[in-house]
Write a protein that binds this ligand. Sequence first.
Ligand code: GLY
Ligand code: MN
Ligand code: MN
Length: 352
Amino acid sequence: MFVLPKNPSAELWDGPRTGIDGVKELFGADEAYENTRFQSYFKKVLKNVKHIFMDDPSSMPTLIKSSETKALIETGLKLQTILPLSKIIQELRMVKSDDEVEIMKKSGMISSKAFIEAMKWTSPGKTESQLWAKFDYENRLHGASILAYVPVVAGGPNALSMHYVRNDMELKDGDLVLVDCGGEYNGYASDITRTWPVNGKFTEPQKELYQAVLNVNKACIKLCTERNNISLHGIHAQSVKLLKHELQAIGFEVSAWDLERILYPHHVGHYLGLDVHDLHDLDRSRKLKKNMVITIEPGIYVPFDNKFPEKYQGIGIRIEDNVVIGKDEPYVLTSTSPKEIVDIEFCCSNNN
Ligand code: GLY
Ligand code: MN
Ligand code: MN
């Protein structure tokens, strides 16, 4: 590792540096040097190595962007093989160690607690922006270092826009609010979505549609085991089938096009870990193995279009959990975030 050297006068202004001995001790580096020695070190190793693992050299830190180093890489690379690094790292990140799972449990618990507090706190007249601030506060208060991504805090029909992040409108009596928000703990992200009534009580149509999505969420979570020999794409296909049945049972006539392009236009989930959308170069057809971590997030977004039952128009619902794949049983990292209708209504009734 090449790091900034200790320097008491610089540290007086900018805070402590880990330093050379520190990175050996804290990060387990076999060798560590001052960053200024990088060029000469690189020159030396380039002569003796067969392969270099690196992603786009132009994205390398400024340290090695000097023209001398660029020339070195260019001449050197004629002799060597350059191999991509990112995919190899992503493979290593796919199956979590037990220690990583423990950190992700804590991450899930912190974010779930924020959902409980936010549900209790919601009432008509408050704004999406205030609710966002509440999430930020609750996450940091309980140990998250930061929110893992810009959340979606969408009251009423704002939930129909998948990437609604303006989060600046008033929450209205009679509407639902959809919140997609997770904190980051020790570098590991949570990615939770819950949808609840602004005034604390679901209307009948909201309840029916919510229960439909919840049934799909729970059925998909059950599939999250190694024994099921299934991939994320496989679970997605199941989620589409299940949602179709649920919607038909409450009076929708849905074509495959409407279902997969309008009502439920996104995937059921993705890999989760150090990033929210983790392992982005690895496709979702991998068979799920013990200690992989994924999201399960079916949703329904009913536009104002009379081909859909009027009572459901303008309602957007998503229920997203984070799941560790087990051999025979899934482990839900976000199980303490309320999602049953009775639990949500109970939580909302404890308004503070
Ligand atoms: N929060 C982004 C996602 O659910 O995929
Ligand atoms: Mn999400
Ligand atoms: Mn997600």
